[in-house]
Design a protein around this ligand. Structure first.
Ligand SMILES: *[C@@H]1O[C@H](CO)[C@@H](O)[C@H](O)[C@H]1NC(C)=O
Ligand SMILES: *[C@@H]1O[C@H](CO)[C@@H](O)[C@H](O)[C@H]1NC(C)=O
Length: 251
């Protein structure tokens, strides 16, 4: 199954900045259904729940994620996203809109994933090329093409398949997009992502952004219009390119 999964970690360099504000308020309130949710986004919490809660159920052998329907995920509007941190994505709007119609997924979700995966750089390379950074197996005929629409469709198709498999659970589907549930893939001694991963040699080598920050960064960072690879790189607690203890950085 490894061949079907998208890149485990986008190779984008998230430069950790140390002098930025350590919280932000997107003005969307906080979700009563999400545990640990706060109006403000901080390194460890946000409107869509605390990072610890999003990562609930992660053990040394696998992951039983909490449930939150994609339809209930709070986020800024597409126009707000394009007007601010998602500006590199605006030129690709027609492709997100088309895939959105085909797969019935809000286009802002697709634009945010493209931003997270490639910084909305359609020329981004690697084994999982382009905006959406999924493997060629997800393309219409199982072969990568140069078509941006094919690329966006491939990523959306993969996300949709994961949502369907997860009963609409956004947490589980986003995790899958980042290569969670990867037991047997070779990652982490074939165990996939586990609580032990961030501080392992392999987890440290992957540095930032650390996979276990992915859910918090997507649900409480990008979807709130925050610049996770720039000024808001403080979102998340697993910076294990630094010192580790229980998977978390020692400040
Ligand atoms: C995110 O928060 C909003 C409002 O605070 C809520 O409506 C939505 O259900 C939350 N989504 C998730 C995935 O927690
Ligand atoms: C997009 O990615 C390509 C390939 O890695 C790189 O050469 C190019 O500089 C990137 N563009 C931007 C705007 O970063």
């Amino acid at each position: 199954m490894a061949i079907l999964k998208p890149t485990l970690l986008t190779a984008l360099a998230a430069m950790v900045t140390t002098t930025q504000a350590q919280s932000a308020n997107p003005g969307v309130g906080s979700n009563p259904n999400a545990q640990g949710a706060t109006d403000d986004v901080t390194p460890s919490t946000g409107p869509n729940g605390s990072e610890d809660w999003l990562n609930t159920g992660l053990t040394s052998t696998g992951w039983t994620p909490p449930y939150l329907a994609l339809s209930s995920v709070l986020h800024i509007s597409l126009s707000q996203f394009y007007a601010t941190i998602g500006s590199p994505c605006a030129q690709y709007d027609q492709y997100f809109q088309s895939a959105s119609s085909k797969y019935t997924i809000d286009p802002v979700i697709l634009a945010v994933i493209a931003m997270q995966e490639s910084s909305c750089n359609a020329s981004a390379g690697g084994p999982t090329p382009g905006l959406m950074q999924v493997s060629c197996d997800n393309y219409p005929n199982g072969v990568c093409t140069d078509s941006i629409q094919d690329n966006v469709d491939a990523g959306t198709n993969y996300l949709k398949s994961q949502l369907d498999a997860a009963g609409g659970n956004a947490i589980q589907a986003f995790g899958a997009y980042n290569g969670w549930f990867t037991a047997g893939s070779g990652l982490n001694g074939d165990k996939g992502l586990t609580v032990d991963y961030p501080c392992s040699e392999e987890g440290r080598a992957n540095g930032v952004p650390q996979n276990l920050d992915y859910l918090h960064q997507v649900l409480n960072g990008w979807l709130m219009g925050l610049d996770v690879y720039g000024d808001d790189a403080w979102i998340g607690t697993y910076r294990c390119d630094q010192n580790c203890d229980d998977g978390k950085v020692i400040e």
